[in-house]
Design a binder for this molecule. Structure first.
Ligand SMILES: NC(=O)c1ccc[n+]([C@@H]2O[C@H](COP(=O)([O-])OP(=O)(O)OC[C@H]3O[C@@H](n4cnc5c(N)ncnc54)[C@H](OP(=O)(O)O)[C@@H]3O)[C@@H](O)[C@H]2O)c1
Length: 341
């Protein structure tokens, strides 16, 4: 399977490392032979070779800080745009791992449509296109017999979408309710241990969980993007951000935390989706709720089903190999020809 990678940062390099370290195992056990033919970054150049790029040399160039450091080869093309790489042919799937834009989903969204138009399967870690244009992407993929996969967009490699869409395919899912932002869950865990909001945020930033500008996490927007993805994918909704009821954790005080504790409850930022809508809200959960016991940067989701009752999945929600693992599982699903589309 020949891959075009859009974005080669934390996740892109994680995927490349996994494809390199597991190459023999993937070929032998799964029949997957994945070759990276193109890589695009925002500011560090781009590389394309129809016969494949050398992953070790690609990672070495990324380490140096510029794809210009990749050694010269016959047939190597530098500086191509994503459109030019798609038009060049020679690839089977496009993996979108550029920064998430929840306002317009661009420039990734246009590239995703171009990829499907050109007959490429599409795998996303970038939430924007799935959150904002799922219905059109899905319809296009379906009409062309291509797969649209986005396991990484919700809970990284913890297999949320595959659980919901494949393992639970025979169930009716009535609602999804989860802790889908690790940064805020880490902060709430630390605040419960006695830190102030500002101290918990500083710790989350020091550990690399929170960005310098943490507003996307603490105001609930990152989780809201995931609510849109769940609502679109599980319930066929066509919600937009404006339809969601979104608030974050910025208003929670030490007194609120203490009051919850003395009532035998715990604050969690809960992202919920159901056929009737979606929300992101800090809620006080009883300790008997499995979501109340998810600590630190972990993520979790409870799916309410007709046949199985509540099914709760807990695991990593971010990380280099954790997110690379989600993309690998999507590539394997494409290889098997599995999945809804
Ligand atoms: N990190 C995680 O744990 C995680 C988990 C789940 C989902 N995701 C999602 O996965 C995506 C990638 O995350 P990341 O952590 O790998 O981010 P990152 O480390 O910031 O890497 C982003 C990559 O995209 C490139 N890029 C920037 N603008 C671009 C453009 N216009 N066209 C093509 N490439 C562009 C960047 O290049 P330059 O460095 O040259 O700007 C960089 O190579 C994001 O959408 C994120 O939300 C991440």
């Amino acid at each position: 399977m020949k891959l075009l990678l859009i974005g080669f940062g934390v996740v892109g390099q994680g995927l490349a490392e996994i494809l390199q370290s597991k190459a023999a195992q993937l070929k032998q056990a799964q029949g997957l032979s994945a070759t990276i033919v193109g890589v695009i970054t925002g500011s560090k150049g781009s590389l394309f070779h129809a016969d494949g790029l050398d992953i070790a040399e690609l990672l070495a160039a990324a380490e140096i800080g510029s794809l210009d450091a990749y050694p010269e080869r016959t047939g190597l093309r530098r500086g191509l745009s994503a459109s030019e790489m798609i038009a060049a042919g020679d690839s089977d799937a496009l993996v979108e791992m550029s920064p998430t834009n929840l306002q317009t989903a661009q420039p990734a969204l246009a590239i995703c449509h171009q990829a499907l138009d050109a007959g490429l399967h599409l795998v996303l870690a970038n939430k924007g296109p799935v959150a904002l244009d799922y219905a059109n992407l899905r319809a296009k993929a379906l009409s062309k017999g291509l797969q649209l996969r986005y396991e990484a967009t919700v809970m990284a490699g913890t297999p949320t979408m595959q659980l919901a869409e494949e393992a639970l395919a025979g169930c009716e899912i009535r609602s999804a309710r989860g802790i889908l932002n690790g940064t805020t869950n880490y902060m709430l865990t630390r605040m419960e241990a006695g830190l102030t909001y500002a101290e918990a945020l500083a710790q989350a930033q020091a550990l690399g969980y929170a960005e310098t500008d943490p507003s996307g996490d603490v105001e609930g927007w990152d989780a809201a993007g995931k609510v849109l993805i769940l609502a679109n994918a599980l319930f066929g909704s066509s919600l937009t951000m404006a339809d969601l009821d979104v608030s974050g954790i910025t208003q929670i005080s030490a007194a609120d935390m203490a009051a919850a504790k003395s009532a035998g409850q715990r604050y969690k930022l809960i992202a919920g989706a159901s056929p009737s809508g979606g929300s992101v809200k800090a809620l006080r959960l009883p300790l008997s709720d499995p979501l109340a016991n998810v600590a630190g940067a972990a993520n979790a989701i409870t799916l309410e089903t007709d046949l199985l009752g509540a099914v709760t999945l807990i695991g990593a929600g971010a990380g280099q190999l954790e997110t690379g693992s989600a993309i690998l599982s999507d590539l394997l699903a494409i290889q098997r020809g599995a999945g809804r589309i």
